[in-house]
Write a new protein. Structure first.
Length: 489
């Protein structure tokens, strides 16, 4: 019992450490869209999208390899030293090459060179704390892990508020003051990256003792084995990055230059309204993966997985319908700048796409349980191909709506492939009729509420939620009554 209690405690803390920073980061969306035109926000989005890919490249699967070999090898100290040294020198090489070719990279990404310079330093600082963070998890120190993660985001958000809101006011009130000397007119994009850079530097300083105490002994045979293990993860990570972020980059490349950045900015801001489904999916993934593995040896494991997946779909369907029905309220709270609202039509597609990704995560338990994790990489690559093909085909005609369709198609394809392959290699008795019913009914009601002008009102929206709630109750009544009886007893 103590084992499960400890597992739940650590899963909860890691969940808070992952979900809370995302919620804090979302505050930046309102701040940035309030203060910046769409083209500037598009600039930020494009640079951050590229950074996702370089983050994957700079870690090159070493984080996952660290856990695999730390649990496998007797000489755990050698694992720590070898992975830390590997990432340190690869980061230094990237820093040197990146700064040398920063102008070329800036031209390639179609952004200013100074922003690329900031991005290079942020990427290196973040790469240098990958293994120190992994050590905290390996040493089962979740509270320290969570505190540092949350502090990083708090510093970033706090500095964004200072640079973008208070510094201009201070400079205006006291132009000759010391603090005013840090103010640069019309430099919002630069300040965003400076805030990120300072937050990343502060995090590295916390972990500096790890490097000071490190014995710089490099185990080459161990490193070679870790690289063999980690490289497939690198390709899977790149494929996932394409599915999640490459649409913003392609919008900037494929649309006419005079509107590209503004279109990226509007799309990215409205895309963020999918956060509610992302948070639900993330929290579910963090909690459910340990649960799946702990129940793998139980006789009723397949039935348990089927029930868990069904209830994930039920809750996800309610979130899908609720967010879309009240999207007009949420946009006023989270993205109040009306110039961004032109891209609101992508919101239902993005939320449904993230829902599909969550279902894919739940369905993908089969290849993890039978140690065929490479299948996950192959499925992600298929999704990436769908993303690229449809973005190239649809963006020139449909702009960001084409990107939203591509995202939905990519995650829908991944979900379908995982289901059919899992049914072959690790059959799970999913309640297909009810799962499909909840998914279809919630999607249809949400679509009617959002896209049909005559039904785009809160009378129909609230009625749709009530009807769907009754639909769930009617189907799950027996289970709900059993749960209520147990609680009463």
């Amino acid at each position: 019992m103590g084992l499960y209690k400890n597992l739940f405690k650590q899963t909860f803390i890691y969940g808070v450490a992952t979900v809370l920073p995302r919620m804090l980061s979302f505050l930046l969306v309102r701040l940035h869209t309030d203060l910046m035109p769409k083209s500037d926000y598009g600039n930020v989005t494009i640079v951050l999208s590229w950074m996702v890919f370089f983050n994957v490249i700079l870690s090159y699967g070493m984080e996952t390899a660290f856990f695999r070999f730390y649990n496998k090898e007797e000489n755990k100290k050698s694992v720590i030293e070898t992975t830390t040294i590997s990432l340190f020198w690869s980061s230094m090489l990237f820093l040197a090459m990146g700064l040398l070719f920063r102008s070329t990279l800036a031209e390639w990404a179609d952004v200013e060179t100074q922003f690329v310079t900031y991005a290079i330093w942020i990427l290196v600082l973040d790469a240098l704390v990958v293994i120190p963070f992994s050590k905290l998890r390996a040493f089962q120190r979740p509270i320290k892990y969570a505190v540092i993660k949350i502090a990083n985001v708090t510093i970033n958000v706090g500095l964004n508020v200072f640079f973008l809101v208070f510094l201009p006011k201070i400079a205006k009130a006291d132009p000759d003051g010391f603090i005013s000397s840090f103010y640069i007119h019309d430099y919002q994009v630069g300040y965003i990256f400076i805030a990120n850079l300072i937050a990343s530097l502060a995090t590295l300083l916390v972990f500096l003792p790890d490097y000071v105490r490190l014995k710089w002994h490099f185990n080459f045979p161990l490193w070679k084995n870790m690289m063999d293990y980690g490289l497939p993860i690198l390709f899977a990570g790149l494929a996932f990055g394409i599915n999640e972020h490459f649409d913003k980059i392609l919008l900037g490349k494929l649309l006419p230059q005079n509107i590209a950045k503004a279109e990226v900015g509007a799309y990215s801001a409205c895309y963020k309204l999918g956060l509610f489904m992302v948070l639900f999916r993330t929290a579910y993934t963090l909690g459910i993966e340990p649960f799946f593995f702990n129940h793998a040896d139980k006789k009723d494991a397949p039935q348990t997985y089927a029930v868990v997946t069904k209830y994930f779909v039920i809750f996800g369907s309610m979130i899908l319908l609720g967010v879309i029905v009240f999207a007009d309220i949420l946009k006023q709270v989270l993205v109040p700048n009306s110039s961004y609202w032109e891209a609101m039509k992508v919101v239902p597609l993005i939320i449904l796409a993230n829902f599909f990704l969550g279902i894919y995560t739940s369905l993908s338990v089969w290849y993890k349980l039978i140690d065929r994790t490479k299948v996950g990489a192959y499925i992600s690559i298929v999704g990436a191909v769908v993303t690229l093909v449809l973005n190239y085909a649809l963006i020139p005609t449909y702009s960001y709506m084409g990107s939203a369709i591509a995202t939905l198609a990519a995650y829908g394809t991944m979900m379908s492939i995982s289901y059919f392959m899992g049914n072959k290699y690790y059959p799970i008795p999913y309640d297909k009729k009810r799962i499909l019913g909840y998914l279809i009914v919630s999607s249809v009601l949400a679509g009617l509420s959002f896209y049909v002008p005559a039904l785009h009102n809160y009378y129909f929206g609230v009625l749709a939620i009530l009807v769907f709630g009754y639909f769930i109750y009617r189907n799950e009544k027996d289970t709900l009554l059993r749960i209520m009886k147990k609680k009463v007893a």
